[in-house]
Design a protein around this ligand. Structure first.
Ligand code: TIU
Length: 219
């Protein structure tokens, strides 16, 4: 058993054999110019800034032997898994499925849908394509975790208040103990990242814990 003493609101305990790192949506579509994130009117450099930190976390997880899960927000080429409401909303410079500089926006298999090179999944790691903001909705994630007796999830990725928070809430309702790494998550709206960190750990870890990468690595 390991303890993250510096976690908030109180120490987080976990067993490496039952722990997975879940890296949410570190895709070119959100992190590089020309993808979905920029199409929504955002400054993607805010997200690119955490790539080196997530890379250190990923190496740590691999060295510790944790299960590693990567997710990608993505849709089928025929958009059959993209609700019209999702496609219609946003501040569309371009919409999901439209042609962009990195291929069709947020469509599975297109260059822009890939995880950034620095965080590329290694052989044997789980990659979950998800049509929603949460990684449990309409995916096999719950089954993959159950098969491996995973009880604790350590989260990183983007964006904090959208796909990371949604997934963490889904996981919390399913009974997982969830820790979000503060400097390995980012938002296009930094105040929303900070608010999310505060709200997940409020009321006695109502959704879960938060900790810096340094305090995780001390554990
Ligand atoms: N727009 C935004 O902040 N996020 C998303 O659309 N998806 C994820 O968070 N991955």
């Amino acid at each position: 058993m390991q303890t993250v003493s510096g976690a908030q609101p109180f120490p987080f305990h976990f067993d490496s054999r039952h722990t997975a790192l879940v890296v949410i949506d570190m895709q070119r579509d959100f992190i590089e110019p020309g993808g979905f994130g920029e199409a929504l009117g955002n400054d993607v450099s805010l997200l690119a800034a955490i790539v080196p930190t997530v890379a250190v976390l990923l190496e740590h997880a691999r060295a510790e032997g944790w299960l590693v899960v990567h997710t990608r927000e993505s849709h089928a080429a025929d958009l059959s898994d993209c609700p019209p409401a999702k496609r219609a909303r946003g501040k569309p410079l371009a919409r999901i499925g439209d042609q962009g500089p990195m291929g069709r926006i947020l469509v599975r298999g297109e260059p822009g849908n890939a995880i950034v090179d620095a965080l590329a999944p290694a052989a044997g790691e789980i990659v979950i394509d998800k049509p929603g903001k949460g990684a449990f909705y309409a995916t096999r994630l719950a089954e993959e975790l159950a098969l491996r007796s995973i009880t604790h999830l350590i989260f990183a990725g983007v964006t904090t208040e959208v796909c990371v928070q949604t997934t963490m809430r889904e996981a919390n309702d399913r009974g997982y103990e969830c820790l979000l790494i503060e400097d390995a998550t980012a938002s296009y709206i930094p105040a929303f990242r900070d608010a999310t960190l505060a709200m997940v750990r409020s009321q006695g870890a109502i959704v879960g814990w938060t900790a810096t990468l340094a305090s995780l690595m001390e554990a």
